[in-house]
Design a protein around this ligand. Structure first.
Ligand code: FAD
Length: 294
């Protein structure tokens, strides 16, 4: 299959909590490596994962020749802890990070030194100048704690004013929500790249759980269809692949600056979507359209 002219795609992992998880994740990025993702980002403290695991995972990814990019979330951390983490990234010669506020588990702990991601970004720029390319989070369907879509875009703009370079969005299944958001951002004077975050559908129950937490909407037609499939995981998988691939096609046709896949540390759905879209470097022998990635 021929490689299409395309701005590139990236993938996101979370740091595993066990040796077995590490082994599985390594196999995942080694399979995805065949498609030459632009970078592989690794979350920080999300879903209760350990913070130390982020840098260790990024280093392992980089040792395999891929561009590992750590996230950094500030919530619950002191200024000293943040400084140490930034320095540890610098010492590992990392020049790209995703900077976030993060979420405190409900009722737990203090906010920490920085209240919002924009404060963290200002601090990173103040202490390290232009060392890092900084990605931030953006929310086409509005962050659940924002007072309004208008406020949320104003806060996103503040992150750019404080030194962010580009944004990656929360996932969505309605391409129009992204287009509307992108246009509103442009009207507000945001002209940096806003890369759509893409969540393949791993299971209906998991999708509902995540979407309730992060405020992403599952369109009614998708809910109804997946509910009708019940325990038929194969049909849900096939349906999810069709829906997500069709949305990615629309986004690509509209000239998005890239796609960022939430992999949940698994390769097969992302590889299948990339294969259908003819994304990535399919000339690499490790991957062909006849292979059945796991
Ligand atoms: P912020 O940009 O600080 O925004 C948080 C909320 O505060 C928004 O509602 C915003 O509108 C509002 N706000 C911002 N500034 C102000 C202000 N001055 N006054 C009033 N309100 C304000 N979480 C993790 O824990 N670890 C990760 O690695 C991680 N990676 C992610 C990667 C991506 C691409 C995305 C989209 C999300 C990720 N998250 C991660 C989840 C993220 O931390 C949560 O969505 C969190 O609730 C918000 O983080 P933020 O950086 O967008 O926060």
């Amino acid at each position: 299959m021929e490689k299409k002219p395309f701005p590139g795609f990236s993938v996101e992992f979370f740091p595993p909590k066990s040796e077995e998880g590490n082994t599985k994740l390594r196999a995942t990025w080694q399979k995805l490596a065949a498609l030459s993702p632009e970078f592989c980002s690794v979350t920080f403290g999300a879903g209760g994962s350990t913070k130390q695991g982020t840098l260790a995972t990024v280093k392992a990814i980089r040792a395999d020749g891929l561009d590992g990019v750590p996230h950094l979330s500030c919530v619950g951390n002191t200024r000293e802890q943040i400084f140490e983490t930034i320095e540890s990234y610098r010492q590992a010669d990392i020049h790209h990070m995703v900077a976030l506020r993060g979420d405190l588990p409900s009722g737990m702990g203090a906010i920490g030194a920085f209240q919002y991601a924009s404060d963290l970004i200002a601090y990173i720029r103040r202490t390290t100048g232009d060392w890092f390319h900084i990605d931030v989070a953006a929310y086409p369907e509005i962050h659940p704690q924002a007072r309004s879509g208008y406020d949320d875009i104003r806060h996103l703009k503040h992150k750019f004013e404080n030194g962010a370079n580009s944004a990656i969005t929360q996932y969505f299944y309605n391409a129009d929500a992204y287009f509307h958001f992108r246009d509103r951002c442009a009207q507000s004077g945001i002209h940096q790249p806003i890369i759509p975050g893409i969540m393949p559908i791993f299971s209906y129950s998991r999708l509902v759980r995540f979407s309730d937490m992060c405020g992403a909407e599952i369109p009614r037609y998708m809910r109804r269809q997946m509910e009708a499939y019940g325990d038929d995981a194969d049909s849900i998988r096939a349906f999810g692949l069709d829906v997500v691939t069709a949305m990615c096609e629309r986004l690509l046709k509209a000239g998005v600056p890239g796609l960022h896949f939430y992999t949940m540390n698994q390769s097969s759905l992302v590889m299948e979507i990339c294969e259908r879209l003819a994304l990535g470097d399919h000339s690499t022998p490790a991957f062909s359209s006849a292979s059945s990635p796991t």
